[in-house]
Design a protein around this ligand. Structure first.
Ligand code: ADP
Length: 602
């Protein structure tokens, strides 16, 4: 069973940059030597990623892959480490080429895999033999039995928040994570965290007026009043405390307050680290220093163990096909996330869109398959809100990911369709923006911004990518005039310029034909940017019914003793439509409650 080790982010960045300096393209056959029947040598392969060629050097000793170095790549900053590490780990440690791509970085994952495969082919390795069926293709495993106070199923944001909290309350905790890395969808999220934060909101120019009541009202009404008011009240009241708790764990936050798209108000707090890496990094640091939390990766929980009506443990399978039985004295927390990546399940439950087949990509990573919902339902848990699935209006049309989105806050951008016209209030609810985008030609639109929020091009987007890098990779367009930009995206320049003029007039008048009320000034400062986007599956609002202690409720309306749920696996908070920026708040607020409740056996 493979235990977790803290992935050294900085070390990998260093190794990658050092490798770039010492790049050697001629490593193939020249360095290879035959050793009896086995293959040894350094072999080079090339694949294509987001930013062009990815070149690797694969070191083989006596027929075994012992090291892989990425010697050349132009992937965008911050987010290349995870797919590189995932693929390299699988090939070097497990000898396996049959690997799931890391969502949000599918092209990077596929590119590095392609490069490694080419190098292995050049070496004359048996590629077929490395396409393992399971994660390591081993024989039947053994039975491993473990005991702890609290089991956490899933090592994303909610799971790690609950694990850390349970440990802070003195419990021994085992986290079981099915993927080869921690972070789940949380680590690839846009990272906006809604919390009324008067100290920062009042310091903005102009100051932002807000209140807990207003956050409640917008969350409740933004979900068509179908969310559970008791849970929403907890969400909005505990949001700021969650930020302070994370700060105590070492997480850093920006001083600016944003309005992430669909947030409806300027109360999105932003971490300093990109995407959700700041959350996961803080949790990993705690876990590394704590003797209370053990993490097992590549370990898929398949079943809850119930005795006398109490959930007392789980049955899992690890990468070596071992059966892992873990028993918990205090309780089991399900934090397995949503089912946005499970096409069958989302088509079965969806009642909003009726188009969620494989033609609609997802922002989610491949692990978001609804396992916890199914396991809970199997033992009698009640499901709520299942028909409500959120589409994000601005996913990457190719991969579904948030990656490549331009700008930093909704105030700075507009959406135009393939005819060059605006069609919606860009500050609207996510479901309204997605429905409007689906109704446009090819369900596509362009996000358009000017240079006020991207003065140099070196600024990062939500996804930790610089605009310069995205332009260089051909993923977005940049032009010195609106007419030029129109040509680049294939729309009539006259129509496009008129659209911008109309928008600027709306900014000046403060009255917009689409009802937009939040503006950040005119679009007039060159250069101008545009990036193609489309609605992609983002969040599943339905899941296990929980109470204020995150205890899971059965179909009989009674608490299921020993079972807790937090994060996207739980349903009922957001109603039909989750506000942008409320998910990270949810995973922290309810993750903490779950950890405390399980530790104290509430
Ligand atoms: P949340 O935002 O609610 O925390 P995430 O998607 O961030 O959700 O995290 C959920 C985590 O649970 C992911 O890392 C995912 O791989 C993991 N997971 C899902 N199903 C299982 C399972 N059956 N066994 C173990 N881990 C699981």
């Amino acid at each position: 069973m493979k235990k977790w080790f803290k992935f050294p982010l900085i070390a990998i960045v260093l190794i990658l940059s050092l490798s770039l300096v010492g790049c050697n393209d001629n490593g193939d056959e020249a360095d290879a030597y035959e050793n009896g029947d086995t293959i040894s040598g350094v072999f080079t392969g090339t694949g294509s990623g987001h930013g062009g060629d990815i070149v690797v050097e694969v070191t083989i000793e006596d027929g075994e892959v012992v090291a892989i170095e990425v010697v050349e790549h132009n992937e965008t900053e911050f987010f290349y480490e995870l797919p590189f590490e995932n693929v390299i780990h699988s090939v070097v440690v497990d000898g396996n080429l049959n690997i799931d791509a890391v969502a949000g970085a599918t092209l990077t994952s596929d590119g590095v895999l392609e490069a490694i495969t080419e190098a292995l082919e050049a070496a004359g390795m048996d590629i077929e033999a490395m396409m393992l069926d399971g994660q390591d293709g081993g024989d039947e495993g053994i039975l491993i039995e473990l005991e702890t106070d609290v089991i956490v199923v899933g090592g994303g944001g909610a799971g790690l928040a609950s694990a850390v909290t349970a440990a802070q309350f003195g419990s021994d905790v085992i986290v079981l994570e099915k993927m080869p890395f921690l972070g789940g969808n949380t680590i690839i999220s846009g990272s906006g965290y809604n919390a009324v934060n008067p100290r920062l909101q009042e310091a903005q120019d102009p100051p932002v007026e807000d209140s807990i009541e207003f956050h409640f009202q917008q969350t409740f009404e933004g979900g068509d009043e179908l969310g559970d008011p008791e849970l929403i009240q907890i969400l909005v009241e505990e949001a700021l405390a969650g930020i302070y708790w994370l700060q105590d764990l070492g997480m850093e936050w920006q001083d600016d307050i944003f309005m992430v798209p669909g947030a409806l108000h300027r109360r999105s707090n932003m971490p300093v680290m990109p995407l959700g890496t700041g959350f996961i990094d803080a949790f990993q640091n705690f876990i590394e220093e704590s003797s209370y939390v053990e993490v097992f990766l590549n370990t898929t929980v398949e079943e809850l163990i119930v005795e006398d009506g109490h959930v007392v443990g789980v049955r899992a399978t690890d990468a070596d096909h071992n059966t892992v039985i873990v028993r918990a004295t205090n309780g089991v927390i399900l934090a397995t996330g949503g089912f946005g990546a499970n096409i069958e399940m989302r088509m079965y439950y969806d009642e909003l869109w009726h188009v969620l087949d494989d033609g609609i990509p997802t922002t989610n990573f491949p692990g978001a398959t609804g396992d916890g919902i199914v396991m809970g339902e199997d033992i009698g848990a009640n499901l709520v809100g299942m028909p409500y699935i959120q589409l994000l209006p601005f996913g990457d049309p190719e991969t579904g990911s948030l990656s490549g989105l331009i700008g930093s806050s909704m105030e700075d951008h507009i959406y135009v369709n393939l005819e060059g016209r605006r069609f919606i209030d860009e500050g609207a609810r996510r479901d309204e923006m997605s429905a409007a985008t689906l109704a446009q030609t090819d369900s596509r639109m362009y996000v358009v911004i000017d240079s006020r929020t991207v003065p140099t091009g070196a600024e990062y987007n939500f996804f930790g990518e610089t605009h310069d890098a995205l332009v260089a990779a051909g993923r977005i367009h940049r032009a010195d005039t609106l007419e030029e930009l129109a040509e680049m995206i294939g729309v009539d320049p006259e129509v496009f310029v008129q659209t911008i003029e109309d928008f600027n007039a709306a900014v000046d008048a403060g009255i917009d034909e689409f009802g937009r009320t939040v503006f950040h000034g005119r679009i007039e400062q060159a250069p101008f940017y545009a990036g193609a986007r489309m609605p992609t599956v983002h969040h599943t609002m339905g899941g296990l019914q929980i109470d204020a202690y995150t205890r899971v409720i059965g179909v009989d309306g009674e608490v299921i003793p020993g079972l807790y749920a937090a994060g996207e696996v739980a349903g009922g908070i957001h109603g039909t439509n989750r506000l942008g920026g409320n998910a990270l708040t949810e995973i922290i607020v309810f993750g903490r409650i779950a950890g405390e409740s399980a530790a104290l056996q509430r």
